[in-house]
Design a protein around this ligand. Structure first.
Ligand SMILES: N[C@@H](CCC(=O)N[C@@H](CS)C(=O)NCC(=O)O)C(=O)O
Length: 242
């Protein structure tokens, strides 16, 4: 990782201090089926929702909507607009645009409602998120030449949390390869860390699973190399991921 990469990660962490690192609330009845979030890694409005999901210890399926993404059409089919973030809650059937409305919905549906303080600080959060997103643009566009690459049949899984720079690097690659992924949030204090311990034998984050190739990895660089080699523009189309 080059100096610019280090500095831009630092910039994002400084502009969003403490966000998406600690679980602040454990839902009494978390979603049974994972939420579906159409979002972009560099979109400040998506960032606010992702941070909130880490802090609420809720997992979700990320459908990347980077520039050139095939998921933008699916987004239009589901919600009527190519605007993101967009949340589909398969448990209630709710489909919601607008980051603040998504956060309010999550507080009301899975929490104890949204407090006045959270509403009041929303504009400041949006400004900070805008600054973060302007610092780091990796994952903003889908890589060229991925049309012929193999696609995973089973959903990829990533144990991660929003505020971790090494997890961010992996999400950026997932977005640039337009790969949906089941994001299992395991911020500090997460109930899901027990599951991670069971699955991987240790609580080492990030932890990535591709059941299509029986691969599991925890080194961030190795995960990124694996994604590029398996689902990137130079991955052989004759070699199925399954
Ligand atoms: N007020 C909306 C703003 C959402 C928004 O502007 N999203 C941008 C991406 S950050 C978008 O969908 N742009 C359409 C495009 O890039 O095609 C919110 O809070 O969610």
């Amino acid at each position: 990782m080059g100096l610019f990469d280090h500095l831009s990660h630092l910039g994002v962490s400084i502009t969003r201090p403490g966000r998406g690192i600690f679980v602040l609330y454990h839902p009494a009845a978390p979603p049974v089926r994972p939420l579906q979030l159409f979002e972009s890694e560099v979109c400040p409005f998506s960032r606010k929702v992702r941070e909130f999901l880490s802090e609420f210890d809720i997992d979700y399926i990320s459908y990347p909507t980077a520039r050139g993404s095939q998921h933008r059409e699916k987004l239009k089919e589901l919600g009527g607009k190519k605007l993101f973030p967009f949340l589909l809650d398969p448990n209630t059937g709710r489909r919601i645009y607008e980051s603040e409305e998504i956060i309010t919905y999550l507080c009301e549906q899975y929490g104890r409602g949204r407090g006045l303080f959270s509403h009041l600080r929303a504009p400041f959060q949006t400004i900070n998120a805008l600054i973060s997103s302007s610092i780091r643009q990796k994952g903003a566009s889908v890589e060229r030449g991925i049309e012929q690459r193999p696609l995973p049949r089973e959903m990829l899984v990533l144990y991660q949390y929003e505020g971790s720079p090494s997890c961010r690097m992996i999400r950026e690659v997932l977005h640039s390869l337009d790969l949906p992924c089941w994001i299992k949030n395991v911020a500090h204090g997460s109930m899901r860390r027990a599951e991670l311990l069971r699955v991987s034998g240790e609580v080492h984050i990030p932890y990535f699973i591709d059941t299509n190739t029986a691969t599991s990895l925890s080194d961030p660089q190795a995960i990124m190399r694996y994604l590029l080699a398996t689902y990137g523009p130079h991955a052989s189309s004759s070699r199925s991921a399954v």
